[in-house]
Design a protein around this ligand. Structure first.
Ligand code: ATP
Ligand code: MG
Length: 424
């Protein structure tokens, strides 16, 4: 009986996994420069963490969660996103007690959502995200956005678009919410059933509906920006000023609302403008959430973060024809002739590897010709040939694959020779 991979998941095979490591390395290095530290939380959590933290009215909670009962009947859910877990951990481990705030965290790992799979949309996907919890300085909003942009640029993307919006504080949002209800209510029967529920639960999310996105009432909907109170306006202005000072271009789109329920003030998305990138162009989304720690039983600690999937980042690199993380080959392949040389090569290979030299031999009893072919396939920089004659003379014959130059090197000198010639 054969097995197939579950729908909406993928195997990341050698050759492809190098690209993942490449972008993950950039993410980690950027986090180090910006002083975000890694947090690793469980892959599953109590279901209620997400229904409360992400919000009952969201697609994630209503349709997309992988929820199951464990053997004691507890309801657990595979994490659909990272913020709820990070904030839970911040509260549970009292990270707010650290003298320096905000607490700056990052995570990289798989998330799970039961969605209709398509290009750029999987049921298991990897997110890199950050959270800065414990400050409502608009400089942190600019920093979080700058970090996301920096990762994309360093990875090699240039066709990027940053869109920002402000959802205001509670007072502003309440006023806007009432205006939205007044706007949509008379004609709500023209909208999908989800939107009809959203009208009372969270009318802001009607603006984010994928089914009704072309309805004329969306174009004329009251803009949140007209409902921001003075404080919220000043906050948003400061974020924009900092972005401008840093030199990050952006557009303001008052229809940008993020899917999650708990956002306020700054919301943003980063899109790819690359031609041929396809229907899904959003690479990352994020924003500010100011009441979540209290929702989880902790003290007031306003937060902001973003999440991006590695899958969409790699797809954007493809769309821009940026080649990254390609396997650049091994340092040395040892070709052996005869049993004695083969036996000797096993411990020699070990020594090379322990010295940090990437090296390989043949394990299929191939003839010399076949071994040379393998060396070629592995893109070996040096091909070292060892036969009985060489062994007797305590030497190895080393060929530079690029120039074709050959020379005999003393076996005692071999490691040093490779080290000096392969160090980049
Ligand atoms: P979308 O509107 O595309 O469904 P979303 O609002 O559900 O996105 P978020 O929950 O904000 O997305 O997640 C942040 C980022 O995670 C997205 O911008 C995207 O890069 C990525 N992402 C979300 N869902 C998926 C998925 N199913 N497969 C791959 N990447 C995803
Ligand atoms: Mg979604």
């Amino acid at each position: 009986m054969g097995f197939n991979i579950p729908r909406g998941t993928q195997d990341i095979l050698p050759g492809e996994s190098e690209r993942w490591q490449y972008v993950e390395k950039i993410a980690r290095e950027t986090c180090h420069a910006y002083q975000y530290k890694e947090i690793r939380t469980p892959i599953f959590e109590h279901t209620e963490l997400f229904s409360r933290g992400v919000g009952e009215s969201t697609d994630i909670v209503q349709k997309e969660m992988y929820t199951f009962a464990d053997k004691k009947g507890r309801s657990l859910t595979l994490r659909p996103e990272g913020t709820a877990s990070a904030v839970r951990s911040f509260v549970e481990n009292k990270l707010f007690a650290n003298p320096v705030q905000p607490t700056k965290l990052y995570y990289i790992g798989p998330m799970f959502r039961y969605e209709r799979p398509q290009t750029g949309r999987y049921r298991q996907f990897y997110q890199f995200g950050i959270e800065a919890i414990g400050s409502n300085d608009p400089a942190i909003d600019a920093e979080v956005i700058a970090l996301a942009m920096s990762v994309y640029r360093k990875a090699g993307l240039s066709n990027l678009k940053l869109v920002i919006n402000s959802l205001g504080d509670k007072e502003s949002r309440t006023a806007h919410r009432e205006a939205l209800i007044r706007h949509f209510e008379p004609r709500i029967d023209e909208f999908c059933s989800d939107c009809q529920t959203r009208l009372r639960q969270n009318p802001l999310r009607i603006l984010d509906c994928k089914k009704d996105r072309d309805h004329e009432l969306l174009k004329t909907a009251p803009s949140i920006l007209d409902y921001l109170n003075e404080e919220s306006k000043a906050y948003f202005a400061k974020v924009q000023q900092y972005l401008t000072d840093i030199g990050i271009a952006f557009e303001v789109d008052s229809n940008l609302v993020r899917g999650l329920d708990y956002y306020n003030h700054t919301a943003f998305e980063i899109m790819s403008n690359a031609e041929g990138f396809g229907a899904i162009t959003t690479l990352a989304g994020g924003g500010r959430y100011d009441g979540l720690t209290e929702e989880f039983g902790g003290p007031k600690a306003p937060g902001i973060g973003f999440a991006m999937s590695i899958e969409r980042l790699l797809a954007a690199l493809d769309a821009e024809n940026v080649n990254v993380g390609t396997d650049d080959g091994i340092d040395c392949y040892i070709v052996t002739l005869g049993d004695k040389a083969k036996d000797y090569s096993v411990s020699l290979l070990y020594k090379l590897r322990e010295a940090g030299i990437s090296a390989e031999i043949d394990y299929e009893q191939k003839k010399m010709k076949g071994q040379f072919k393998s060396a070629d396939r592995l893109h070996a920089k040096y091909i070292a040939v060892l036969g009985e004659d060489e062994l007797n003379q305590n030497q190895i014959n080393v060929k530079d694959a690029k120039t074709g130059d050959q020379q005999a090197v003393g076996l005692d000198e071999f490691i040093r020779f490779l080290k000096t010639n392969t160090e980049s």
